[in-house]
Every structure is written in C-alpha cells, then in structure tokens.
Design a protein around this ligand. Structure first.
Ligand code: CA
Length: 225
C-alpha cells in the first residue's frame, strides 16, 4: 500500500513540484495551502508523513505542528525559508522529525522523507517492548504510555526514551543518547539532547519523575518515582 504524504505549502508552484516528484516516487499526496486546511486534512486523510511549510496563512506551521503534536507522533518535516527559523523551531521543541531549508531540491526533500519514514516504520520488524515503572514502551506499535495513557512523543523522542528504558536505572551519557535518537541531521550536539529530554519530561506528565538527570553525566530512567 502506498504511503500518503500531506504537503502543506502556500506557494502553489512549490507544492506542485513536490507533488509531481512524490507521485513519481509512488506516494499518494494531499495538499493544503493554509494551516487550517492542513489540520483538516491531517484528520481526514491520516497521512504517513507531513511536509510542513512554516510561513502559512491563517495558522502558521508552528501552530499546526503544536496542534498535531498534542495528539500524534506522525512524522513532520518542516520546510523553512530561513536559517533563523530553524533556531526558533529547535528552541520551541515542537517535535519536528527533520527540517529542510529553502531553496531545496525536491530530491533532497524526498531523501529526507524516506529516511524519516524508514526510522518510523523500520522498527516494526523487531518488535520490542519495555516496561519501567509506570512507563510502557511498545516499539512494535511505536507508542509509549504513562499509566496506560499515550505519551505524544516524536519518533526521535520515543527512540531516546526506549534507549533509556532498555537499561533501567543505568546512567546513559549524551553521546549514547544522541546515537540512540538516530537523527544526526536534527540533533547535532549534546545540547540538543538536553532540549530533547526537557521536552520528553514535559510530555511524560505523571511519569516525569522517573526520568532523572545525573549531573555531569547524563540521564537515566528509574522504575520507581
Ligand atoms: Ca510559505
């Protein structure tokens, strides 16, 4: 079954070019030219991945990502016009799985997309699940739960949490976690891991205390909070 990609882009020509390339690669596509329509299509078409422009009419890409991330960990690749938007993007911790800076080549976008899709579906073959205290992680379904309630993590965040869950109570340093997040394009240094852990902790809610900082070393996931 072919995967559906939601293209959110207000510049018609750019959207058309992307759509053309994606169709040639065997993807199904949906197109939205503003943020409101993007949210409608996200709900109705249930895309496998979203290409999301940042500067959009009605609701911008930041708002769209915030809405989606509150409920879903569908892969999102941000299309940004400027490097300073990337800083804002990372600073806000909206949980984009990757980003591409304009002007981009459609070929580059598709390469990034395939990498993200591989990462989010590639683990299906090696079904693993971990339970640490009140946190359950199911890598088969790519979902994490706190007291049975789904935690809206991005794919990278889930991998990072899973890396900690594999060795409960053991301190993992930032470099190990960087490797586990498996996303050298988005998370290029150790500081990005700190930002990441901060986001995960926020999303963990009642289970946040289980994720412990070990000063000067790294992080660990404890069974009992
Ligand atoms: Ca735009």
């Amino acid at each position: 079954m072919s995967q559906t990609i939601l293209i959110v882009e207000d510049e018609a020509r750019l959207a058309e070019i992307l759509e053309e390339y994606l169709k040639r690669e065997g993807f199904k596509t949906e197109r939205a030219k503003d943020g409101k329509r993007a949210l409608e299509l996200w709900r109705s078409a249930q895309p496998d991945l979203i290409l999301l422009d940042l500067m959009l009419p009605i609701l911008d890409g930041f708002e769209v990502a915030r809405h989606i991330r509150a409920e879903s960990s569908v892969p999102i690749i941000m299309l940004t016009a400027r490097d300073d938007e990337v800083d804002k993007l990372l600073g806000l911790g909206l949980g984009a799985d990757d980003y591409v800076v304009k002007p981009y080549s459609p070929r580059e976008v598709i390469a990034r997309m395939k990498a993200v899709l591989r990462r989010s579906t590639g683990l299906l073959s090696q079904v693993d699940s971990y339970t640490v205290g009140n946190i359950d992680i199911d890598l088969g379904q790519y979902v994490a739960r706190c007291n049975g309630k789904e935690i809206p993590l991005t794919a990278s965040e889930l991998r990072l949490l899973a890396a900690l869950a594999k060795t409960p109570g053991v301190v993992r340093n930032r470099l190990e976690l960087l490797a586990a997040a498996g996303d050298s394009d988005t998370f290029t240094d150790e500081r990005s891991i700190d930002a990441h852990v901060k986001n995960i902790r926020k999303k963990l809610g009642d289970c946040a205390e289980q994720l412990e900082t070990v000063r000067g070393v790294g992080y660990k996931l404890r069974a009992i909070s």
